[in-house]
Design a protein around this ligand. Structure first.
Ligand code: SF4
Ligand code: SF4
Length: 480
């Protein structure tokens, strides 16, 4: 249409005449234009629907234990690299605008989700053989979910589940776990914790009130029990202060996070069942965690392994963040001691974009990849984003700021899900990159709800930068 035609009503009239002609088409009946692509009457006029629109439906299940369930997702990656960059509508500049730590560490596209989707296709059709390099590409990735939430902004492809299914396939084919992961798993089997520690797991529980029986159970986790006992003490102090009685498991064991993340689903399922049984045996209605990875694995991966919904676990899983933020909003937790620092919250993937509830899905896929029945996709929007910020806003004296990459667009530092165990160089690289971002933003204190992140920041920080990382529970206790 020529520019001046915009005001020529005869053009509108011509369009209406054309539409009327279209409407006379015998294939289109009734009193409205039935051009909807799912209209069964749109066919050859003899009751046969148009072939393009009635692609036979095929069974579909979001089950990571059969990689072929994700062939469609792998096949429909358009290599747009949306899983690499954070869109400019969210972030300014390009210096801190990459969302995939794995692909930032190694520029070959294989390290990004788009490469791994093609690897998956090669594994499925047998054209690609397992090799040490292939396994490195697959496992040098924290399964952080950045690619998944980004891809789902344009295409409803299940990228995170595809990545998980690739690891399960590597284990099924006998080429994984990697040696470093195998050592960690052996320690878990032998001692019940990933460090192979034989000392008292509850040594931290001094000077705090622990109930023999309560509705709330505090699951502490390996890292907090052995490496960061002050986080367990801070969590217990907060619960005591709020008058929330809590108990501990008599014989707490590893949560199965790394075992699941490296694709050893049979062992992970055994751990999940044992932990769920142990929790249910206490009669607890609510499990409180202070470890981000325990939060994700219990809330999302236990149900995934057991083919049930998060709501059917039999107890609620909450992070201490949620309890503290609610108490601040209710006025039952008041922070009074000034903390003079410029601080920002680091959204750890395992309490943020990976934490939408899990619901099993079994259905069919049809035309244009549509699934029947429809399902509410997990887009990473239901994680714990607001809670830490509510808590930090209540700390007197603090100057709160933000990283450049926040919320669903956070940058994972590769400190968890077993990445640090097999690829410490990647953890160091990603953490140093995030520390550079902190420096750029003038952040003095990085607040985290993931003890693994706290440890990595403090391990790789440059003392000259004057940046320190603390857990959100430590911050709360400091500000009481
Ligand atoms: S995985 Fe998704 S976002 Fe990434 S390149 Fe493929 S289609 Fe694009
Ligand atoms: S899970 Fe994270 S690190 Fe792995 S490919 Fe996706 S964005 Fe990259």
């Amino acid at each position: 249409m020529a520019r001046d035609d915009r005001f020529d009503l005869s053009v509108t009239k011509k369009n209406m005449e054309y539409a009327a002609e279209v409407a006379k088409d015998k294939r289109l009946t009734g009193d409205r234009y039935k051009l909807s692509v799912i209209d069964p009457e749109y066919g050859d006029g003899k009751g046969n629907s148009h072939g393009r629109y009635d692609t036979p439906r095929t069974p579909l299940e979001f089950n990571i234990e059969e990689i072929k369930n994700f062939k469609y997702d792998m096949d429909h990656c358009i290599k747009c690299k949306g899983c690499y960059w954070v869109e400019h509508t969210y972030n300014p500049g390009v210096k801190f605008n990459v969302r995939c730590p794995s692909n930032l560490w190694n520029d070959f596209d294989a390290f990004g989700a788009m490469g791994k989707m093609r690897i998956g296709l090669g594994v499925i059709d047998g054209s690609l053989e397992w090799s040490p390099t292939l396994l490195q590409v697959l496992y040098a990735c924290p399964l952080c979910g950045a690619c998944d939430v980004a891809c789902k902004r344009n295409l409803d492809l299940e990228i995170e589940l595809s990545l998980e299914s690739l690891r399960v396939k590597a284990v099924q084919d006998g080429v994984a776990p990697l040696p470093a992961h195998k050592t960690a798993v052996d320690k878990i089997i032998e001692t019940g914790n990933i460090y192979g520690e034989k000392s008292d797991r509850k040594a931290w529980a001094k000077d705090v009130k622990v109930a023999a029986k309560a509705d709330t159970l505090y699951y502490v986790g390996d890292n907090t029990s052995y490496k960061n006992p002050q986080i367990a003490q801070a969590t217990a102090t907060i619960l005591n202060k709020l008058g929330i009685d809590f108990m501990l498991l008599d014989d707490e064991k590893n949560d199965g996070n790394v075992v699941f993340s490296i694709g050893m689903v049979d062992l992970a399922r055994k751990i999940a069942k044992e932990n769920i049984e142990a929790i249910k045996a206490t009669g607890a209605k609510r499990v409180v965690v202070s470890d981000a990875e325990a939060y994700r694995v219990m809330k999302v991966d236990y149900p995934k392994l057991l083919n049930i919904a998060t709501a059917d676990l039999g107890f609620e899983v909450v992070h201490i963040l949620e309890i503290a933020a609610q108490a601040i909003e209710d006025g039952t937790l008041v922070l009074t001691t000034p903390v003079d620092t410029r601080m920002a919250y680091h959204d750890a993937s395992s309490v943020s974009r990976l934490c939408d509830d899990w619901t099993p899905y079994k259905g069919e896929r049809g035309w244009m990849g549509m699934i029947y029945p429809g399902q509410r996709r997990r887009r990473g929007r239901e994680g714990l984003y607001a809670q830490a910020r509510t808590i930090m806003a209540a700390v007197p004296g603090a100057d709160n700021t933000e990283f450049i990459r926040i919320r669903e667009n956070t940058f994972d530092i590769c400190a968890g899900r077993g990445t640090d165990i097999a690829f410490p160089a990647l953890t160091k690289f990603a953490t140093s990159h995030r520390l550079d971002e902190a420096k750029e933003c003038g952040i003095e204190t990085i607040v985290s709800a993931d003890p693994q992140c706290r440890d990595a920041f403090n391990a790789y920080k440059d003392p000259k930068d004057g940046i320190e990382a603390i857990d959100i529970t430590e911050l709360i206790v400091k500000a009481l």
